[in-house]
Design a protein around this ligand. Structure first.
Ligand code: HEC
Ligand code: HEC
Ligand code: HEC
Ligand code: HEC
Length: 203
């Protein structure tokens, strides 16, 4: 009996090390919602907002800002307005859409400021919302093949880091629910030795 107990405690401890949670992070809004809910600021089981295709039961106001995309002469990718899941992130991190505008409310006043406000000028941020495929890797010459290069998470770049297996988004580097161990930035892969960057860039 004792042996069984100690081995199950060991399994629990190991699981706790790898699986982090949203609780207690800056995405845990339970102390700000009337009912102490965490998820409601971003999700609802019914009457969700479907303005952004493929949104996960979205309950937050969607940003209406026009963004200035990242652009350099060396960039090979076609980068336009943020779309998909990046648009959901920017629905708070644009610094212009109130965090407390959810569930149909549009009178919120909590705007993100400082470093956490990515803003509407994305020229100083890693590009997002563009297709990263074998053709882009070949055109660039210093990008790994997303269909075959492996990541620290166990799959390929395409399966682990690309949204819908196709595009680079905020979620290529961050997990909004803090599922990995690299607090406090919700990173999916550690920045130690720039491991995150070297997952895709062949430098
Ligand atoms: C700050 C906003 C935010 C909060 C709070 C939040 N989520 Fe999410 N959630 C998202 C975003 C953005 C996505 C899309 C992520 C992606 O495509 O990688 C998502 C995706 C999901 C998905 C579908 C994809 C997946 O990861 O399984 C589920 C299920 C989900 N969330 C459940 C929850 C639950 C349950 C809670 C509360 C405990 C919660 N979320 C809290 C923003 C949030
Ligand atoms: C409902 C609003 C909301 C949405 C949607 C949202 N965030 Fe946040 N996020 C916040 C707030 C509020 C903070 C804390 C800001 C502060 O400290 O001023 C934060 C903090 C962060 C931080 C910093 C972590 C830390 O601990 O300081 C990162 C990284 C982040 N968010 C990434 C994302 C990404 C990526 C998405 C989309 C997948 C996203 N967020 C969607 C509200 C949001
Ligand atoms: C290529 C990887 C990558 C992408 C894509 C990315 N981030 Fe980050 N982000 C990081 C890293 C790494 C940090 C940690 C801070 C640092 O090293 O500058 C960070 C930090 C942050 C922070 C904390 C503030 C700060 O500057 O430290 C926020 C908020 C954030 N990211 C939101 C976003 C949002 C929103 C998107 C999409 C528009 C996004 N990130 C796209 C890698 C990325
Ligand atoms: C999910 C894969 C992925 C990750 C992770 C990633 N990048 Fe990128 N990055 C790309 C792709 C794809 C491009 C587009 C390259 C192009 O089209 O020229 C890009 C573009 C860039 C550019 C702009 C190049 C230019 O010509 O203007 C820089 C700089 C850069 N990344 C640095 C970083 C750094 C630093 C990190 C780590 C914090 C990082 N990247 C993480 C995939 C990634």
């Amino acid at each position: 009996m004792k042996k069984v107990m100690s081995s199950s405690i060991l399994i629990l401890a190991t699981a706790a090390l790898s699986a982090q949670t949203i609780q207690g992070t800056s995405h845990d809004f339970s102390q700000y919602t009337p009912s102490g809910e965490i998820c409601v600021v971003c999700h609802t089981p019914h009457n969700a907002n479907t303005d952004v295709p493929n949104s996960p039961l979205w309950n937050h106001q969607v940003t209406s800002q026009t963004f200035t995309p990242y652009s350099t002469t060396s960039l090979d990718a076609e980068v336009g307005q943020p779309s998909g899941v990046s648009k959901l992130c920017l629905s708070c991190h644009d610094g212009a859409t109130a965090v407390d505008n959810y569930g149909g409310t549009t009178t919120g006043t909590w705007l993100i400021t400082g470093r956490e406000a990515i803003g509407t000028d994305l020229r100083n941020d890693h590009p997002v919302s563009f297709v990263y495929d074998q053709a882009l890797a070949a055109a660039d010459g210093e990008l790994k093949d997303p269909t075959s290069a492996v990541t620290a998470l166990g799959g390929t770049i395409q399966t682990d880091l690309l949204s819908e297996g196709s595009t680079v988004e905020c979620t290529s580097c961050h997990d909004v629910h803090n599922g990995y161990s690299y607090n406090p930035e919700f990173l999916k892969i550690t920045m130690n030795g720039s491991a995150l960057c070297l997952t895709c860039h062949d430098k």
